[in-house]
Design a binder for this molecule. Sequence first.
Ligand code: PLP
Length: 433
Amino acid sequence: MDVATAEAQALRLDEADPGHRHLFHVPPADGGEHPESAYLAGNSLGLQPRATRDELLADLDDWRRLGVEGHVEAGRPWLPYHELLTAPAARLVGARPAETVVMNSLTVNLHLLMVSFYRPAGERTRIVIEDTAFPSDSYAVRSQARFHGLDPDATVVRLKPRPGTDTLGTEDVLDFLAREGHTVALLMLGGVNYLTGELMDIPAITAAGRAAGAVVGWDLAHAAGNVPLSLHDWDVDFAAWCSYKYLNSGPGALGGVFVHERHLGNPDLPRFEGWWSTEAATRFEMTPESRPPATADAWQISNPPIFAMGPVRTSLELFDSIGMPALRERSLRLTRWLERLLEEVTADRPLQVVTPRDPARRGCQLSVRVGAGNAAELTKRLRHEHGVVADAREPDIVRFAPVPLYSTYHDCWRAAAALAATVGQYSTKGQPR
Ligand SMILES: *Cc1c(COP(=O)(O)O)cnc(C)c1O
């Protein structure tokens, strides 16, 4: 694959496999010769669907028109509004509607789920995460350990890749569980690692973790809307995800939660409660004791933010209408195309793709190691000199995520060509492994 001559091929591929870019607003380019950005940062913040604005304005108009009566008289009445999100969110992650609720933000939800599912006892006190866990997850589990009066350094285990490798293999997790599973209270990994783009074998790790006696939860921030999921059938205990990355629901958008059916309605599970934890039918009897429903709704606390739910609903409708299987097919084609281009760009340069080569072990993101200290500066130049929006993770990773909904083969070509044009000018300190 010769990057210099691949543009014509990219344009032909876009004609044959056009995706759904017309449904999104693509930001104008900040530099380079093309009017639109080559936006490959949908793993960080997804683009705005064209439908979102009008849908949101309709909700705002209901408030203007109806005041408090909007709770029952709005076009989409506010009291049961969150229920509109439940079924499509459940379909997205392979869950039953009773197992799913959209609420709060991701880290908040992880905490609320750990209230129920991190219950250290006896020698089983440890929480296992990956060494490259997103910092928020690391802070969350360390603070949970402290909350239980435990030493976070002794309680939180950070699984590292084998020496000489960049990604944590499924085997590494299974080996750890075989050795030390009896000490693990909670195994909570990222479904797709935010840094390396590695997709974990969620069913195999869940089965091994549960067989070892641990509770198994997943952070699906980079998996939801990126790869097909079957949380119910995989017997996952709980999961949480955000909606502003692949789910295109806007900055800080509401997250989603999954709690497996076997835990629903269990009165022995501690939960933090508020008036939205009680069943809807008797909520306004205003009794001092709650009656939590036997659904994931019981993990809700406050009345939900209507204007924040509109963009999630609009986005989930898009995923529903296209379907994850079709998106995954296109995702595999796009990412393979980008990979072939990057193979050429990285050959004979101090650059390396650290994402697994096996498409079954990754989503759409490819992470490139660019040499220590270069990531931020390089990413800035990609944007300002070439209109290519990628995302830096200091010190040395630049992430490119061709998102099947709106990214194009030509975007991938632009990214590879821009990287080739820019990278020659960087030092080779911090040689890639
Ligand atoms: C994006 C991301 C978060 C962000 O957490 P918020 O609570 O939504 O701010 C947390 N964990 C992971 C793994 C992420 O990728």
